[in-house]
Design a protein around this ligand. Structure first.
Ligand code: TPS
Length: 322
């Protein structure tokens, strides 16, 4: 049986040099921040049974646990630098650890984000990651920066992760192939780091967040923080490729309030549409304009003809359901 120290050495300590002055192995890691830059920090915890199913594929799980954290850096416009990993494991399963760490490091390397420390313990399967990033002062994409007259934009597509969940829950009968397509989105989200950084570099005011609890619930955070309202074109919301094959009512529900999307929702003055499209092209990330920020508080939903839609949708809430 591997000891905790052997386990870390075997699966989480790596030979390659990284960004840290001192990486894993001492009581603390030492990072040397780039002079003049601000540090962006975020933590996301994933618990078996709540954020992922028991028996989840370990390689994809390793990817997703880091991806949802990188998504928070993306939503701030920050460049990833490093992360720490807190891991609670029911036991030592070498095959599981190999696959988990490979999935996690494949994404970490893609973003030059180094594992600089962490802790492992025996317990129910749970993964807690804290990421560190850097952003130039005044450039972070804050939730309080939306203003009346801004366009609302979304990266990528929405709702496929929720469709996959509906399949697993047997809430809906979904064609096998379509479910597999949707499940890829649920298990392997792509953090929009390049887009976030390109947006942060634009010399205009902008707000952003990443959509984890569903667009309606998450957009409300921007509206609250910025003290504004919004009009959202429900049928302008881009559905994922699997959800696109589903009926209109379901498309509307799952694009508005799916959850687990990890796309960016951001607002930019409407005078800057070309600049947004140029930033998106540079980041190789599709973006869609889906609504406008208004001075009038509240969220108004409209259809393709601009007609008001009454829909009872809300975001994902771990505590609200009880
Ligand atoms: C087994 N789900 C879990 S957490 C979350 C969503 C949509 C929102 C973000 O959470 N049940 C299982 N797997 C899943 N992926 C879901 C439910 C869906 P947080 O705010 O904690 O980051």
């Amino acid at each position: 049986m591997l000891s905790e120290f052997d386990l870390i050495k075997q699966y989480f300590r790596r030979a390659r040099a990284g960004n840290a002055v001192l990486g894993i192995g001492d009581d603390c890691a030492l990072l040397a921040p780039t002079p003049g830059m601000q540090t962006a920090i975020s933590t996301d915890m994933l618990i078996e049974g709540r954020h992922f199913f028991a028996g989840a594929d370990p390689r994809m799980l390793g990817h997703k646990c880091l991806a949802v954290n990188l998504s928070d850096l993306a939503a701030m416009g920050a460049r990833p630098v490093g992360f720490t990993l807190g891991l609670s494991l029911p036991g030592v399963d070498p095959e599981w650890l190999e696959a988990f760490s490979n999935g996690m490091f494949a994404l970490a390397d893609l973003h030059d984000c180094e594992l600089v420390g962490g802790d492992t313990t025996r317990g129910p399967l749970a993964v807690c990651i804290t990421v560190f990033g850097e952003v130039a002062p005044g450039h972070a994409l804050r939730r309080d920066a939306a203003r009346a007259g801004h366009d609302i934009w979304i990266s990528g597509t929405l709702g496929d992760a929720r469709l996959a969940l509906a399949g697993y829950w047997k809430e809906l009968a979904i064609d096998r192939e379509q479910h597999a397509l949707a499940a890829t989105r649920m298990h392997m989200p792509e953090p929009r780091v390049a887009l976030g950084r390109a947006l942060a570099a634009l010399p205009v005011a902008h707000a952003a967040l990443d959509i984890s609890d569903g667009l309606v619930g998450d957009l409300a955070h921007i509206l609250d923080a910025s003290k504004v309202g919004a009009t959202l074109g429900v049928d302008a919301l881009p559905p994922g490729p699997a959800l696109a094959r589903q009926p209109l009512a379901l498309r509307r529900r799952f694009t508005l309030a799916g959850g687990d999307d990890y796309e960016l929702c951001f607002t930019v003055p409407s005078s800057q549409r070309d600049a947004v499209l140029a930033a998106a092209a540079m980041a190789h990330t599709p973006v869609t304009r889906v609504g406008t920020i208004d001075a009038q508080p509240g969220l108004r939903l409209v259809d393709a003809a601009g007609k008001a839609l009454q829909m009872d949708v809300k975001g994902w809430d771990h505590f609200g359901e009880e």
